[in-house]
Design a protein around this ligand. Structure first.
Ligand code: CP
Length: 315
């Protein structure tokens, strides 16, 4: 199949075939990062702008590395020192970046739907690097890519997502992506951190961490997002670690070869112990490395779609 979307806004909208196309494109790009000269000319002459309204280490750097490996020019906009501080709207900022003849905007924003709104107003490509609680598609794609590398398949795989599901765009994108590819997804957290209706997305819910880990082949551990907890509903940090933290003791009850994932940044001693984060079951840094190939794949596909017929708007 051919990729026809000018944007990547979320995994909810994508078909199984589209997700698989991104994964196979990423596979073909992974080897480039092992070369002595880690560069191919696929996006030579294109300009990628990273527009981040929220802090980021992994996603921003990963998009920059991915774009540079494809020979694109990259511009990073720090919103705290840009005209956003003078009241410029997201749409006006986007239109100005388009007028400056950029080809792709990678946007992270604290409002759910921000990337979709931007994409509707622009002819250039928009890639969602995380919008509020909504979606973080490239994080889920790199998680799925890592699972596929480890297990050789996604269909039938038992994946548990543990932690702050309520505030997590990573959880939402993972549930959409994994269930479309046939994985069995369980989400686990204290009741106050599970959003109502999550079962409708295809995930099973449990509040019992031992049950979530018992049959799981992989556990994706999520950060407690204290900065988004307006209602101060979170349990005490130490209490959370005692009841839900991923520790050596707890993993003794899981499958010996369970793999432990985390999108980062990690809160050591809150959702995961250092022993597990740095231990033999952990693939956390492999996820980061795989993020480059996945983002190379995404940038390549959206740029190609736009070159062919301008690319389809997502909605
Ligand atoms: N996983 C992730 O989105 O990390 P950053 O916030 O550092 O980009």
């Amino acid at each position: 199949m051919a990729w026809i979307r000018k944007d990547l806004l979320g995994l909810e909208d994508l078909s199984r075939e589209e997700i698989e196309l991104i994964l196979t494109t990423a596979e073909s790009f992974k080897e480039i990062s092992t070369r002595e000269i880690k560069k191919v000319p696929a996006l030579r002459g294109k300009t990628v702008v990273n527009l981040f309204y929220e802090p980021s280490t992994r996603t921003r750097v990963s998009f920059e590395v991915a774009a540079k490996r494809l020979s694109a020019d990259v511009i990073n906009i720090a919103t705290e020192t840009s005209s956003v501080r003078k009241g410029e709207t997201l749409i006006d900022t986007g239109k100005n970046i388009q007028a400056l003849k950029a080809d792709i905007i990678v946007v992270r924003h604290n409002c759910s739907g921000a990337a979709t709104m931007l994409a509707r107003h622009l002819d250039i490509s928009v890639v969602n690097a995380g919008d509020g609680w909504h979606e973080h598609p490239t994080q889920a794609l790199l998680d799925i890519f890592t699972l596929k590398e480890k297990f050789g398949r996604i269909a039938g795989l038992k994946v548990s997502i543990v932690g702050d599901i309520a505030h997590s765009r990573v959880a939402r994108s993972n549930i959409w992506g994994l269930t479309k590819l046939g994985a069995e997804v369980t989400v686990c957290a204290p009741k106050m951190l599970i959003p109502e209706g999550i079962e409708k997305m295809g995930a099973r819910v449990t509040y019992d961490i031992d049950e979530a880990l018992k049959e799981a082949e992989a556990v994706n551990v999520l950060r407690m997002q204290f900065e988004r907890d307006e209602k101060a509903a979170f349990p005490q940090q130490l209490e959370y670690f005692k009841q839900y933290g991923i520790t050596t003791q707890r993993l003794k009850k899981a499958k010996k070869k369970i793999i432990v994932m985390h999108p980062g940044p990690i809160n050591r001693g809150i959702e995961i112990s250092s022993e597990i984060a740095d231990g033999e079951n952990s693939v956390i840094l492999e996820q980061v490395t795989n993020g480059i190939a996945v983002r190379m794949g995404v940038l390549f596909l959206v740029a190609q779609a736009r070159d062919n017929n301008g690319g389809n708007h997502t909605d």
